[in-house]
Design a protein around this ligand. Structure first.
Ligand code: PLP
Length: 364
């Protein structure tokens, strides 16, 4: 327990330690599919951009260089058909996790309600708790009643389930939130990784009608460009909301390092490495998914993103244990919410060789 913040949960990954030790003891080595950390090298053009400004000594700006904001707007249009964004309404972030953790605080949600998906990336809960907000887990709007939450998180494609929210669902949430003055924050870090369906941004004209008022989209370069180690993300949408975030983040020194800003310009301006990375994940998915099914797993959702949301019809921890016995480490669904008790989250983020090893162990 953290005495400064007793309301925060224990860090969930610590509870995997025994299973991790067992999986690591496998004679052919562990296949770690628990954390979604990229393993493929950063694209050379991104590395070159990073080092191109290594000699620059001065402080970077919190708003980032203009080229970065322009590159983000152009990438949103090219890759996701989000048009009409104001470059001034792009704010670089130090990866997206810090923004997720601090956004309810930065938006002044103290004492108000923050709504998160029933099964969700744990940092949404942490952010609400850090802000002193009340947390509600819900996938439906009806259950929320007439009250006006401060903000509602969307995450499509979802971590952990890979579920994609259709345009009509996104539109309903936006309309519902607008009636109440609730801010919609859409975490879109897996948007480029659609497998059997094309995920859509909350800022797409089909969803918001070209009006981004009250909407924020959170983007990360960690998965699509393998830049988790660089800490590279941005938030965009409603210019007034972004201006407020910028103001507070300037005071707080939440600044993306200049070399990373340049790396982001390169990554956002090149779609080839993104397509190559997606193809790598797609090949791994094509090996792992049938192997899991052959081993008796049922994989639900997982139509996009980096995870196979899988069950053997037993408790999540029993499945974690069954897989650890075979040297495969995964995350129990309970990390993501109380309704995840019969599922495990299996990441596609391992090398081709390790994914092949996992498939062989599952089907052998
Ligand atoms: C849903 C979701 N949001 C945000 C993040 C944070 O990613 P990063 O801080 O690397 O941008 C992750 C990382 O796995 C995630 O799954």
């Amino acid at each position: 327990m953290n005495p400064a913040f007793p309301e925060l949960p224990d860090f969930p990954w610590d509870s995997l330690a025994d299973h991790a030790a067992r999986a690591r003891a496998h004679p052919d080595g562990v296949v770690d599919l628990s954390v979604g950390t990229p393993v493929d090298p950063v694209a050379p053009l991104v590395q070159a951009a990073l080092s191109s400004v290594a000699e620059v000594p001065g402080y970077p700006t919190t708003h980032g260089i203009a080229a970065l904001r322009d590159a983000a707007v152009a990438a949103m249009a090219r890759r996701h058909a989000v048009t009409g964004l104001d470059p001034a309404a792009v704010l670089p972030t130090i990866g997206s996790k810090e923004l997720v953790a601090w956004l309810p605080t930065l938006l002044g949600a103290r004492g108000r309600t923050v709504v998160i998906p029933e099964l969700a990336y744990p940092t949404y809960e942490v952010g609400a708790l850090l802000a002193g907000a009340e947390l509600v887990r819900s996938d439906g709007l009806v259950a929320l009643g007439p009250a006006a939450p401060a903000l509602i998180w969307l995450n499509s494609p979802s971590n952990p389930t890979g579920r994609v929210l259709p345009v009509e669902h996104l539109r309903k949430v936006v309309d519902w939130a607008r009636e109440r003055g609730t801010i919609v924050v859409s975490d879109e870090c897996y948007l480029a990784l659609g497998w059997t369906t094309d995920p859509v941004s909350v800022l797409h004209p089909d969803v918001c009608g070209g009006d981004v008022t009250g909407l924020l989209a959170v983007h990360s370069l960690s998965k699509s460009s393998s830049l988790a180690g660089y800490r590279a993300g941005f938030v965009t949408g409603d210019p007034a909301l972004v201006a407020g975030l910028l103001e507070t983040r300037k005071h707080a020194g939440m600044i993306v390092p200049l070399p990373v800003q340049h790396a982001m310009v390169a990554a956002l301006s090149d779609d080839t490495h993104v397509a190559e990375q997606k193809a790598r994940f797609g090949r791994r998915r094509a090996v792992l998914l049938p192997a899991l099914e052959a081993a008796g797993f049922t994989v639900s959702h997982s139509e996009a993103g980096l995870y196979l949301w899988s069950t053997r019809g037993e408790s999540a921890w029993d499945t974690v244990s069954w897989l650890a016995e075979r040297g495969i480490l995964v995350a129990p669904g309970t990390f993501y919410g109380p309704t995840g008790g019969n599922h495990v989250r299996i990441a596609l983020t391992a090398t081709d060789e390790r994914i092949a090893a996992a498939a062989a162990r599952l089907t052998g």
